[in-house]
Design a protein around this ligand. Structure first.
Ligand code: SF4
Ligand code: SF4
Ligand code: F3S
Length: 410
């Protein structure tokens, strides 16, 4: 089987297909878990756009689940982690002691889902969820792990839960694509979006079994599988609103909590990210390392990254996001001047921000977080589209509006 380089694991691994000869850009996104309010606007934006037809009733390409008990399908991650532990006992370990630019999380020493499968009957370790498990997108909503009479206090809360926002990761090494016996799944060169060709699909459901994130879903009326399409018509600029310029997907641009930022990053043919200093995604993932992949140990090199929640026990987070968790939370708790400005870009525009610049502003005060005092500046972050045109300009300090004593009839 060909070997490919997985930078999230810091090593090579086997994959059914060799590294791509040409790939220009990759669909990528950062979700800030700390800000999500689980309003499910993203979920409904996706559903009302793509999955409102007969046979798609229980199909949620975007879902937001409450961790640790929630999951769609139920227990998807717990089940796969158990399967991996069975096939690779004690193997889920990282050597995070020597992170480098090429391997920012160190090296994963265990086996990926491709390495625990036999490569003949199964291309990737996985399972098919039952109908019962597909029934609810967010069972156990707002169920906490415990309760503390002393209240909540950072760095970790005694009783905790958090919301995990989930879409297809448009993986660099997709398990779904590797598993399909019909070769019905393909990854686009221009943006890395992973699609199921509905003409070729015969409904074998190997993709459903092999996707570690359980994002392909079978449809009984067509007897084929469907999945998140990355809103590719919007990304291509076909929506009249942006006059031909690339636009963020529905779930991202509808986000009420402003927790999502989507972009197209420049990548090399081997899936590593090309230097792109002023791309906000590049800054968050590669430079600040404040956003981390979901279960990188599965090996698909997912392209959705998460700023981990600050209040959750670190062991749980390290299992979910890898060894970069402590660094990411430290960066988020005490953000650099540039990071604080870039965080304002989340859902600030409908068009995709390709580059940004920061205009320095005056100091507006000092704040103390977790015992550390730091100055805050009212900088302005300016976002530019693919043609270099300015599309957004946001200040760090939120504007303050004073209402007149009497407003209308109130
Ligand atoms: Fe395929 Fe699943 Fe990765 Fe999406 S998340 S590309 S469905 S393996
Ligand atoms: Fe749905 Fe588009 Fe978001 Fe995918 S990118 S989950 S298709 S709204
Ligand atoms: Fe292939 Fe999945 Fe269809 S395995 S045939 S894309 S259901």
């Amino acid at each position: 089987m060909p070997e490919v380089f997985n930078w999230q694991l810091g090593r090579e691994m086997p994959f059914r297909f060799p590294a791509r000869k040409r790939q220009q850009r990759q669909f990528a996104a950062v979700f800030n878990i700390n800000r999500c309010i689980a309003c499910q606007t993203c979920t409904m934006a996706c559903k009302s756009t793509w999955t409102f037809s007969p046979g798609q009733e229980l199909m949620w390409w975007n879902n937001v689940e409450t961790k640790p008990y929630g999951g769609y399908p139920a227990d998807w991650d717990v089940k796969l982690l158990a399967l991996q532990a069975e096939r690779d006992p004690g193997g889920q370990r990282w050597d995070g002691s020597r992170p480098t630019d090429a391997a920012p999380y160190g090296t994963f020493q265990g086996k990926t889902i491709f390495e625990t499968a036999d490569g003949v009957t199964q291309m990737a370790t996985g399972y098919l969820p039952s109908d019962e498990e597909w029934k609810a997108p967010n069972a156990f909503e707002d169920h906490a792990t415990g309760w503390s009479a002393r209240g909540a206090k950072l760095p970790e809360h005694a009783g905790w839960f958090f919301y995990l926002q989930r879409i297809c990761n448009h993986c660099t090494y997709p398990g779904c694509l590797a598993a399909c016996p019909r070769n019905a799944i393909y990854k686009r060169e221009e943006d890395g979006i992973v699609l199921i060709d509905q003409e070729r699909c015969r409904g074998y459901r190997k993709c459903v079994e092999a996707c570690p994130y359980k994002k392909p879903m079978w449809r009984s009326t067509t007897r084929t599988s469907e999945k998140c399409i990355g809103c590719y018509p919007r990304v291509e600029g076909e929506d009249p609103l942006t006059k031909g310029l690339p636009m963020e997907p529905r779930c991202m641009s509808a986000c009420v909590g402003k927790i999502r930022l989507m972009g197209l990053v420049q990548v090399e043919a081997d899936g590593t990210w090309a230097p792109d200093r002023h791309n906000p995604l590049h800054f968050l993932v590669q430079q600040e390392r404040v956003a981390l992949p979901l279960y990188p140990q599965f090996g698909t090199q997912p392209n959705v990254y998460y700023i981990p929640p600050r209040w959750v026990p670190r062991d749980y987070l390290r299992q979910m996001f890898g060894p970069g968790v402590d660094h990411a939370i430290e960066r988020y708790t005490h953000p650099s001047r540039e990071l604080l400005a870039v965080l304002q870009l989340f859902r600030a525009a409908q068009r995709i921000v390709f580059t940004y610049e920061i205009e320095e502003g005056r100091k507006i005060g000092d704040i103390t977080v977790a015992g550390k005092r730091q100055p805050i500046y009212d900088d302005t972050v300016v976002g530019y589209d693919s043609d270099g045109g300015e599309i957004v300009r946001v200040n760090v300090a939120e504007p303050l509006f004073e209402r007149r004593g009497k407003l209308n009839s109130i």
